[in-house]
Design a protein around this ligand. Structure first.
Ligand code: APR
Length: 256
C-alpha cells in the first residue's frame, strides 16, 4: 500500500516537472487549512472550525460593519487582528520554494493571514483581501491596518480616515462585499494555467470554488474530502506540510 502512496507523490512531482519543462503554468490555490499548522484555526473543520463558534454572516459581514460598527469592531475585527503573530509553516515555505524553482507561478489564497508573503511567495493573489491594510470609504487613502487598531483600542469606533476623517475599514473581503480585482486577476491566471494545486481548502465558498473547474490537471491536498475530489487527478487526504514535503523531495531530491 505504501508503495502506492509513494507513486502518488511522484505523480504530482512528474506533473509539475512536465508542465515546467514545456513552459506551461501551474498555480497553487490555498485555504485556511494550510495555516492550521501555524496555529490559526480554519473555518469548517469539525470541532475546531471557527464557524462552529460564531456565525460568519454576523462576525465578518459587510452589512454589520455598515449598520452595527460597534458589534463588528468588538468581534469580527478582533478575529482579523488575532492572526498577526502567526508565522509561516513548512507548507507555506515549500510553496515559496516551488515558485522560486519555477514549478508554480504563484499562489491564489483565500487566506487573509499574510503567511504566504512572510514565507517568501512573490506572486500572491489575495482573493479575500488581507489583514495588513485598511482603506477609506470616502477618499483614496489606503494604509496600515494598525492605524485602525490604534483608534479602536482607544474606543474610536468606527475608526476614521487619517486623511479626510471619513469612515475607514479593513481591506478584508467581508461577506456581502464585492470580490476584489485580485480575484479577476487570479481567474485570468487560472484560465491560462495547466495545473491547479489546491492546498487546505474545503472548496465550499464561491466564486473561488469555481477555479478548480477551469484547469486540465487538478491536484487536491486536503485533510478531508472536498466536493471536487472526483475531478482531481490526484487527491491527498493528509496534512499539507507532509504531502508538500514529499512532493518537493521528489522534485529536488533534497530535504528542506
Ligand atoms: N492540512 C491539509 N488540510 C487541512 C489542514 C492541514 N494541516 N488543516 C485543515 N485542513 C482542511 C480541512 O479539512 C478543511 O477541509 O482545510 C480545509 C479548510 O476549509 P475551510 O475551513 O472551509 O477554509 P477555506 O476553504 O479556506 O474557506 C474558504 O470561507 O468563511 C470563508 O472567507 C472564508 O476564506 C474563507 C472561505
Amino acid at each position: 500500500m505504501n508503495s502506492c502512496r509513494e507513486d502518488v507523490y511522484q505523480k504530482v512531482a512528474a506533473l509539475l516537472q512536465n508542465i515546467k519543462n514545456k513552459r506551461g503554468a501551474s498555480l497553487a490555490l490555498t485555504g485556511a487549512g494550510i495555516s492550521t499548522e501555524s496555529g490559526i484555526p480554519d473555518f469548517r473543520s469539525p470541532g475546531s472550525g471557527l464557524w462552529e463558534q460564531m456565525d460568519p454572516m454576523e462576525t465578518l459581514s459587510a452589512q454589520v460593519l455598515r449598520e452595527r460598527p460597534e458589534e463588528f469592531y468588538i468581534r469580527g475585527f478582533r478575529l482579523l487582528t488575532s492572526m498577526k503573530d502567526a508565522t509561516p509553516n513548512l507548507a507555506h515555505q515549500i510553496l515559496a520554494k516551488l515558485e522560486e524553482a519555477g514549478y508554480i507561478q504563484g499562489v491564489i489564497t483565500q487566506n487573509i493571514d499574510n503567511l504566504h508573503h512572510l514565507a517568501g511567495s512573490r506572486r500572491v493573489w489575495e482573493v479575500h483581501g488581507n489583514t495588513r491594510e485598511a482603506y477609506c470609504l470616502s477618499c483614496r487613502w489606503r494604509g496600515a491596518l494598525s492605524e485602525l487598531e490604534q483608534q479602536v483600542a482607544q474606543g474610536s469606533i468606527p475608526p476614521r480616515c487619517p486623511l479626510c476623517g471619513g469612515n475607514a475599514r479593513p481591506a478584508v473581503v467581508l461577506f456581502g462585499d464585492p470580490m476584489p480585482v485580485a480575484f479577476n486577476e487570479a481567474l485570468e491566471a487560472v484560465k491560462k494555467a495547466d495545473l491547479l494545486l489546491v492546498v487546505g481548502s474545503s472548496l465550499s465558498v464561491y466564486p473561488v470554488a469555481y477555479l478548480p473547474e477551469l484547469v486540465r490537471h487538478l491536484v487536491i491536498i486536503n485533510l478531508t474530502p472536498t466536493p471536487q475530489d472526483y475531478r482531481a487527478e490526484v487527491v491527498l487526504h493528509e496534512k499539507a506540510s507532509q504531502a508538500l514535503a514529499k512532493i518537493y523531495d521528489r522534485l529536488e531530491g533534497k530535504g528542506l
